[in-house]
Design a protein around this ligand. Structure first.
Ligand code: GLN
Length: 531
């Protein structure tokens, strides 16, 4: 087994996921099959019920597992689809152990953190590595070392190193160098202390990635190397950069991939970073601006729609355009009208739950439809599109979704039969990847080119087929459905340059080197409108 373990020190939120994923990108570009896995100390069994205000948006994988955005970094940087085996919380692991204990699997034994919990972590790593047929697996330990809740995960990693040896298990530790404005210098002591913390767990890092919000000089790298007992060329500078997509390139320039592969005793002569270089060239060339309105509910927190925002920007980069996102609270539109949308080149409504702001989103939909503004609406957004059309084109004044008006007369969006019995929260939605068939001669077919696609979902409500005929008799089109034709997956409006809604979330499978066709379509429509 070939493993790279990524730990963090000093503080969290400095880019452990992206650093690990960038190493993954380099190894992939060196010809290896790379997979990633994350272990987190939370007691939540999965991320589906955590607070989006605190943790950012919930990410959904092919098999419907809900997780935080770290797994998204892995997927987008190494361009693979991961599943529930790639992320574990302590809650999920404890649940498994306690269920076994209740079943009597440990009869007569004391069930303990060591060995039972640590063995379970190790078995998850080994199973994943074997099942994925990976050449190299990257394992990220959540939080920072010395967090009480992550101690056991760190201990499991130490045991793996002892069992497999340093040529099979490499430790990469990410730390932070604070900048002291008074003396204009970066300080290394917190990094030294975090390495000391690792050593109290009998782990000596092989590589240090040092984050900082300022340039990191060779002298500082030398100092870190000296005090932490790590070779100088194994100390990698990671200053804050303009675009995270240059990080794989920056690491590659420092031979990070080669040095790790050397330690793992694997050849490193096939490295080809040209796809990342091309993306970087596009980033640099993207100067001309286009303005996109994001009309949502959690607009004050960009993180809540992070992946959607990101793919809008990236799809634009591929056309060498710089997207400027304008976050507009749907409730503001309710209060002050649609004037704020006037100078926008495109409008986007993300997914969401609950009634707040719905009216404002409907007003934005009407504005986009009537003024030919390119418009991409995701999940809740596509439901709003149906509500707006029923209201303003069919004249059904009280058109709504059952989510917001349970006993409404004209609920053009309603709950699926199969979900009616569901009463508990967490893991109860239509979640994960479902196939979609695209009708010929539609905008959707023009965008995707193919008849069959697979897309990831996260929702409870569906388009109500009772209204399909009436709406399609006007100029609404259900252009993508489940293969049996029952569930509306893509809706669009005829006689409009680009008005399309997806019941699924295209942002969950878009990748930096392969942006999702619906985002590319939006970019092109906005550029055409610009002239
Ligand atoms: N609230 C809607 C539903 O449950 C949409 C969910 C979403 O946008 N992810 O169907």
């Amino acid at each position: 087994m070939k493993l790279i373990v990524v730990t963090g020190g000093v503080l969290s939120g400095i880019g452990k996921g992206i650093s690990g994923a960038s190493i993954g990108a380099i190894l992939k570009a060196s010809g290896y099959k790379v997979f990633m896995q994350k272990f987190d100390g939370y007691l939540n069994v999965d991320a589906g019920t955590i607070n989006p205000y605190k943790h950012g948006e919930v990410f959904v994988m092919d098999d419907g597992a809900e997780t935080d955005l770290d797994v998204w970094h892995y997927e987008r940087f190494i361009d693979v689809s991961l599943n529930k085996s790639s992320c574990h919380t302590s809650g999920k692991l404890y649940e498994e152990i306690l269920m076994k204990e209740r079943k009597g699997d440990y009869l007569g034994q004391d069930v303990q953190i060591i060995p039972h919990f640590t063995d379970l972590i190790k078995s998850k790593i080994q199973e994943w590595y074997t099942d994925a047929e990976a050449d190299i697996s990257i394992v990220e330990v959540g939080g920072t070392v010395w967090d009480m809740e992550n101690e056991y995960i760190v201990e499991a990693m130490r045991q793996l190193r002892q069992e497999f040896g340093e040529n099979n298990v490499v430790f990469v530790h990410l730390t932070y160098l604070p900048y002291l404005a008074a003396t204009k210098e970066l300080k290394t002591k917190p990094t030294q202390n975090s390495v000391r913390a690792l050593r109290t767990r009998w782990i000596t890092p092989d590589f240090l990635i040092t984050r900082a919000d300022a340039d990191i000089s060779e002298a500082i790298l030398e100092k870190v190397a000296f005090f932490c007992g790590v070779p100088k060329n194994h100390v990698v500078p990671a200053p804050t950069v303009e675009s995270i997509y240059q990080i794989p390139l920056d690491f590659a320039k420092r031979d990070v991939g080669k040095l790790i592969l050397d330690q793992l005793q694997l050849p490193s002569d096939k490295l080809d970073m040209s796809a990342w270089e091309d993306l970087y060239i596009n980033i640099k060339a993207s100067i001309e601006e286009l303005h996109v309105a994001m009309v949502g509910k959690y607009v004050w927190l960009e993180d809540a729609y992070y992946s959607l925002n990101e793919w809008l920007k990236v799809a634009w980069l591929h056309q060498q355009r710089k997207v400027v996102l304008h976050f507009i609270e749907a409730e503001d539109i309710e209060k002050n009208g649609v004037d704020v949308l006037q100078d926008m080149d495109a409008i986007c409504v993300p997914g969401g739950f609950g009634e707040r702001g719905i009216q404002g989103m409907v007003m934005a939909a009407q504005y986009a439809r009537e003024n030919n503004v390119p418009y991409l609406w995701v999940c809740l957004g596509s439901q709003i599109m149906a509500i707006e059309f029923a209201k303003n084109v069919l004249g059904l004044d009280d058109a709504n979704s059952q989510e917001f008006l349970p006993d409404g007369q004209h609920n053009v969006v309603h709950i699926m039969e199969t979900q009616k019995s569901v009463t508990t929260k967490g893991g109860t939605m239509r979640l994960g990847t479902y196939p979609c068939t695209i009708k010929a001669d539609t905008l959707a077919r023009e965008i995707f080119w193919v008849e069959h696609i697979d897309e990831r979902h996260r929702h409870r409500y569906e388009f109500n087929n009772a209204y399909r005929e009436q709406m399609e008799d006007a100029w609404f089109v259900v252009s993508g459905t489940s293969p049996d034709g029952e569930l509306a997956e893509i809706v669009e409006v005829k006689n409009h340059p680009y008005m399309i809604g997806a019941q699924f979330h295209p942002e969950l499978i878009s990748r930096p080197l392969r942006p999702h066709p619906m985002f590319v379509g939006l970019v092109k429509a906005a550029m055409e409108r610009e002239g």
